[in-house]
Design a protein around this ligand. Structure first.
Ligand code: AMP
Ligand code: MG
Length: 486
């Protein structure tokens, strides 16, 4: 195969290779003989200002079979706490092609996922199945249009090579676009596998790249911790808003720039229950819907521990400074959570006692197994089909209270509804629809997936013609299971 660089597809300006070599391994992605462009995100291509080439060339580039100009492919080293246990990890099946600069001067990592073995693959094959990459594409794009910070998906390229799991699957490579792939686990790696200078270098690099405004702060490491805590709180509050369960909130999957990523066993909750878990390996509900805030706090404590030597040379002093930050977590989280949840019921100037309205509503929803998304839509749209009669009756006293509270604002129900419309998606990627779309696409019928992708671009609009996407078989989710790195 001709490995001469192609024209400039990406506008690469790579900074990660300037870190000490222990932070990555340089290597080329695996070459596949017959790559096929399966899904292409044309809107994102335009947004990023990626230069056009033929589909055949794009398939070769985005499968890793041909390197674009100025690519410096590498896999990143990182460690992490997985289900609470610390371990060395790294990109076992991902290769960063480079950092692309948009016409507006924004920097994005362009990463291939499923592009072959790396020095961090351990026992794995470095590959990904078409089905799991389609799932990541679909859900990450849905999250983007829901307004939740996320990695994005530029393309899925079929490799036309078999990937062996429990069955034989079609292989694929996903192109993931993200502000950066630096994670809590990158700091844990620097702290526990490197020297203090390495930790310092990574911290400086991260602050320069993501939080330059804190560069001259008195204690940059502490500022970094505080900034990451705040943007991660914003992120997880947003997950709670749309009913998203990440499923594998290990520290290596917690991004420093506050974006959702690593779409493995994630799923959306239908009936409201904070204990909801779909992941086949999460036996104790560590990453259940309602546990996500506490797990975030735990992950941030791990970031704090990793940063200790930079926070203060005296360890006790460092610990007390870090604890002071982490101790603010609960009050910041609660304030942001209730503010967002109240916006879901149309209240934008909350009073202290309003949080009760949220808690009461959630309790009734849980008791009657009401659909999380549809409940909020039904509060806004008169006559919205609600077939849960138990819930319909049980909520009446709450509704009376809520309407009374809204009338006190003096701004009318229409004002409340406009706030509710912005904060309550009508459409989410429901598990049964996601699976149907992926199964069909895997068999070569792409229309279900394309329709779903298109409708999920406007999740806040109620359109009668997509009514069938608002409901699924209630039994489907009862036994639904999701899987990690398939
Ligand atoms: P994840 O559960 O996706 O966060 O992955 C955890 C770790 O397993 C990371 O280090 C991944 O790179 C690695 N990994 C996942 N799948 C594979 C695979 N098929 N081959 C090699 N490494 C993998
Ligand atoms: Mg991961």
């Amino acid at each position: 195969m001709n490995n001469k660089p192609l024209n400039k597809v990406f506008n690469f300006d790579n900074t990660y290779p300037q870190l000490p070599v222990s932070f990555y391994s340089k290597l080329n992605p695996a070459v596949t003989e017959n790559p096929e462009l399966f899904l292409l995100n044309t809107a994102l291509i335009q947004e990023l200002g990626v230069n056009k080439v033929t589909d055949a060339d794009l398939a070769r580039i985005l499968s890793g079979s041909k390197l674009p100009d100025n690519s410096e492919p590498l896999s990143q080293a990182y460690a992490g706490h997985q289900f609470g246990h610390f371990t060395m990890l790294g990109d076992g099946r991902a290769i960063l092609l480079g950092e692309h600069i948009t016409n507006e001067g924004e920097r994005f990592d362009i990463q291939l996922k499923g592009s072959g073995k790396t020095p961090y693959s351990r026992g794995g094959d470095g590959k990904a199945t078409l089905k799991s990459m389609l799932r990541e594409y679909l859900i990450s794009e849905a999250m983007f249009y829901l307004g939740v910070p996320t990695s994005r998906s530029l393309a899925v390229v079929k490799t036309n090579e078999p990937v062996y799991r429990e069955t034989i699957n079609t292989g694929a490579v996903l192109t993931r676009v993200m502000t950066s792939h630096i994670r809590v686990g990158t700091f844990e790696y620097a702290r526990y596998f490197g020297k203090t200078e390495d930790l310092q270098t990574l911290t400086n690099y991260t602050i320069n790249r993501h939080f330059p405004e804190t560069l001259n702060n008195e204690n940059p490491a502490l500022s970094l911790l505080e900034r990451v805590m705040n943007i991660q709180i914003d992120l997880v509050v947003n997950w709670m808003r749309v009913g998203f369960i990440h499923g594998v909130m290990n520290t290596d999957n917690t991004s420093i720039c506050g974006e959702t990523f690593d779409y493995g066993p994630c799923a959306f909750m239908s009936s409201y229950n904070p204990e909801t878990v779909y992941s086949s390996i999460d036996h104790f509900g560590r990453y259940s819907f309602g546990n996500q805030p506490q797990i975030l706090k735990w992950n941030l404590a791990k970031l704090a521990e990793a940063l200790l030597p930079l926070i203060h040379p005296d360890e006790d002093k460092a610990v007390s400074l870090a604890v002071e930050i982490i101790n603010q977590f609960d009050s910041i989280f609660n304030a942001k959570y209730y503010s967002l949840m109240l916006s879901k019921i149309g209240i934008d100037e909350p009073h202290e006692e309003d949080s009760e309205l949220v808690d009461e509503l959630l309790n009734i929803m849980q008791t009657y197994k009401a659909d999380y998304t549809n409940t909020f839509t039904s509060l806004r749209i008169e006559g919205f089909p609600q077939n849960n009669t138990g819930f319909k009756n049980a909520i009446l006293p709450w509704k009376e209270k809520w309407e009374k509270r809204l009338s006190k604002t003096g701004r009318g129900i229409e004002h409340a509804k406009s706030i509710m419309k912005k904060n309550n998606p009508v459409l989410i990627p429901r598990n049964q629809h996601v699976e149907e779309a992926i199964e069909n696409a895997d068999k070569g019928k792409l229309s279900t997936l394309n329709t779903l992708l298109e409708t999920l671009q406007k999740p806040y609009e109620y359109r009668v013609k997509f009514k069938n996407l608002l409901f699924t078989d209630p039994d489907f989710d009862k036994t639904y299971k999701t899987f990690c790195g398939t």
